[in-house]
Ligand binder design. Sequence first.
Ligand SMILES: O=P(O)(O)OC[C@H]1O[C@H](OP(=O)(O)OP(=O)(O)O)[C@H](O)[C@@H]1O
Ligand SMILES: O=c1cc[nH]c(=O)[nH]1
Ligand SMILES: [Mg+2]
Length: 208
Amino acid sequence: MQVVEVKHPLVQHKLGLMRAKDISTMEFRTLTREVGSLLTYEATKDLELEEVEISGWNGPVKVQRIKGKKVTVVPILRAGLGMMDGVLEHIPSARISVVGIYRDEETLKPVPYFSKLAGDIQERLAIIVDPMLATGGSLIETINLLKSKGCTSIKCVVLVAAPEGIKALQEAHPDVELYCASVDDHLNEHGYIIPGLGDAGDKIFGTK
Ligand SMILES: O=P(O)(O)OC[C@H]1O[C@H](OP(=O)(O)OP(=O)(O)O)[C@H](O)[C@@H]1O
Ligand SMILES: O=c1cc[nH]c(=O)[nH]1
Ligand SMILES: [Mg+2]
């Protein structure tokens, strides 16, 4: 599995701001979208281009245009919604395939509760967004669902990933790509990423 930790200074600076204890809901939400946007820039660097001729201001001109597959963004509810607009900034025509999964606080197992996928998802590149990859259960469950509908091209974009979650993802789905701003140190006994960001969903939605 390809794992890319994006070391760009803007990404690292913004992620650092997100780790502050007393960050406001507004700041956390804004930074989630901004880092999501920067990671998307990196995650789409291999999209295929084709040359086409258009009418330019001074006559015909050859330009580059994205050729490859169409895209669907897959936010995992709730926290993934915070990154969705960061993807859409770059790919405004993308379809949105929403997956609702929460993590049971006791068992840490993923609990699916909603899905509404693009009807032609088997023809699309799926870019899954969720700020946190902890045990990996939520992301693995989401990929299981997408693959069961015929989707074969999947990239995952997360802000922070735990080594334990990366290992689980690698074992379950070695064919996907993972982009993150940081591979953090470990999971604590409650399944929270250390140093991590805390509960990303609560911070984005202001529900603590
Ligand atoms: O890798 P895992 O161990 O599955 O944990 C990661 C998941 O946990 C969080 O969601 P949460 O269950 O808190 O739901 P929320 O987004 O509604 O807050 C997070 O946004 C991921 O979806
Ligand atoms: O650290 C973590 C782990 C799971 N979900 C979060 O929001 N944060
Ligand atoms: Mg949460």
